[in-house]
Ligand binder design. Structure first.
Ligand SMILES: NC(=O)N[C@@H](CC(=O)O)C(=O)O
Ligand SMILES: [Zn+2]
Ligand SMILES: [Zn+2]
Length: 434
């Protein structure tokens, strides 16, 4: 017996919303047609809600092993499916870091036990993320990683990065980089080196601490032929470098986060609440505009969240001492739909593509497409439902978001992974979790 999603709205090739039925049989989409008869299948009447391929977030932090008070793989996966994400890729900056095949298998095992979203672990580039010695990429690949990264820290040595890219290219692994040159940092700096840091008399994080690595690595990617992906792009100079790299035919891709698209340093409240502290920081208005332009012209390939949960105690330590990072999985789509699609900056088709098809395509994974025969990873979204972001309702352990209280439309209401319903929004869930 299959599942029928009846009367859903689908975005067609021309970007128009069309009403259709979908039949899921086993793990796959069996049929999409104007009308599919019941024939004893389980039937959900979607009443015109949007049907999308499940979202794919290539950049999340699930904190296990080592920091389970912030998040576990199970709570992170629950946050993912609640946000409409059916596949996530987990950053390896855990304790210990994911730098061996055994550690990769541990993450996969925990994800399987959770049975919610698909979880792809990254392996680190260097042993213990110390930048001194490459990990065993062949063993990591064998255990199931599709890409390596030292996210959380930058690879400081150019020679080490070049060696990593050569080794990754040989194995067909992507190199994913947190771009940050420690030499250009002032210890304790928490905000962009711009007007707001100055107004508060604080040392800032300069844009070039990011863009210098972006430029260096694009040149190394050209030399080595590896697929090189820039994490959480935030500075206008980095956007320009990626654009030029693409024009030169270099295999470079990048991601942008919802917070960098929607906020800039001038939005940070005078209290300097640490829920506005993340790395890279919220930059200037001009940077934000460059990110949006880069997203529209295809320089920026995809949207990811950098879901980075921390405890309330840690975030209460004040701007300087609190850790960098904000959560993102449960707010990404409603925020972007409300503040970029409904405002006319992006089309719904563009937004969905950058959260589904494109991430799957650049990392060569078989997801992100709504078509007969495809894997039935599906998100159903209520585009009309309007509600305020309330961190107390999050499935994530992390409540650290600057978006609390923002009123958004476009909430995921049902999520299917491999044809199995893994999340269903109920009004009770919203009301009782207070
Ligand atoms: N982005 C962040 O502000 N923090 C991330 C690390 C990272 O993505 O660099 C974290 O692990 O908390
Ligand atoms: Zn990072
Ligand atoms: Zn990160």
């Amino acid at each position: 017996m299959g599942i029928i999603l009846a009367n859903g709205k689908f975005v067609d090739q021309n970007g128009q919303l069309v009403q259709k039925d979908m039949l899921i049989e086993g793990e796959r989409i069996a049929k999409i047609a104007d009308v599919i008869p019941d024939a004893g299948h389980t039937r959900f009447d979607l009443q015109g809600k949007l049907v999308s391929a499940g979202f794919f977030d290539v950049h999340v932090h699930f904190r296990e092993p080592g920091f389970e008070a912030k998040e576990t793989i199970a709570t992170g996966a629950a946050a993912a499916v609640r946000g409409g994400f059916t596949t996530v890729a987990c950053m390896p900056n855990t304790r210990p870091p994911i730098d061996t095949a055994e550690a990769v298998r541990f993450v996969k095992q925990k994800a399987e036990e959770a049975g919610l979203a698909r979880v792809y672990p990254y392996g680190t580039i260097t042993v213990r993320q110390l930048g001194k010695e490459l990990t065993d990429f062949a063993a990591l690949k064998e255990a199931g990683v599709f890409a390596v990264t030292d996210d959380g820290v930058g690879v400081q040595s150019s020679a080490m990065m070049k060696k990593a890219m050569q080794a990754a290219a040989e194995l067909g692994l992507s190199v994913v980089a947190h771009c940050e040159d420690d030499d250009l940092l002032v210890p304790g700096a928490a905000l962009h080196d711009g007007v707001v840091a100055k107004r508060h008399g604080l040392a800032g994080i300069p844009s070039e601490s990011e863009s210098i690595h972006v430029g260096r690595d694009i040149l190394l990617a050209e030399q080595t032929g590896v697929h090189y992906h820039v994490c959480h792009i935030s500075a206008k100079e980095s956007v320009r470098l990626v654009r030029d790299g693409k024009r030169a035919g270099i295999n470079v891709t990048t991601e942008v986060m919802p917070h960098h698209l929607l906020l800039c340093d001038e939005d940070i409240p005078e209290t300097l609440d640490a829920n506005w502290k993340m790395n890279p920081p919220l930059r200037s208005k001009e940077d934000r505009e460059a990110l949006l332009a880069g997203l529209k012209d295809g320089t920026i390939d995809i949207i990811a969240t950098d879901h980075a949960p921390h405890t309330a105690e840690e975030k209460a330590k004040g701007l300087e001492r609190a850790p960098f990072g904000i959560v993102g999985l449960e707010t990404a789509f409603p925020l972007l739909y409300t503040h970029l699609v409904l405002t006319g900056e992006l089309t719904l088709q563009e937004l969905l593509s950058k959260m589904t098809e494109k991430p799957a395509e650049i990392f060569n994974l078989p997801y992100g497409r709504l078509q007969e025969g495809a894997i039935a990873d599906i998100t159903v979204i209520d585009l009309e439902k309007e509600q305020a972001i309330d961190p107390l309702t999050f499935a994530s352990k992390g409540k650290n978001t600057p978006f609390a209280g923002w009123i958004c439309k476009g909430w995921p209401v049902k999520t299917f992974v491999a044809g199995k319903l893994v999340y269903e929004q109920t009004d009770q869930a919203t009301m009782t979790s207070k």
